[in-house]
Ligand binder design. Sequence first.
Ligand code: SF4
Length: 87
Amino acid sequence: MNRLYHESEDWVEQGACRQYDPELFFPVSTTGPGQHDAELAKAICRTCTVRRECLQWALRAGEPHGVWGGTTPEERRYLRRDLVPTG
Ligand code: SF4
């Protein structure tokens, strides 16, 4: 977790990722060589009590990098597309 960005967010203090190397949550890719790290980070997120808050923050912020709220950047792009009103 990038703590510098989110010091004002109360939920940050409760993130399960605080117990792990932050680099795990910023894999070089979500396929190929980085896929294992991305899957491991997502598994940690599934145990996290503040996953919903984290995902909401990442979607609002348009966070382009890293695993947040159990999602990769690609998954968040899909989620944001679903949230954008059409017409
Ligand atoms: S959902 Fe994942 S990235 Fe977000 S605080 Fe929890 S463990 Fe960290």
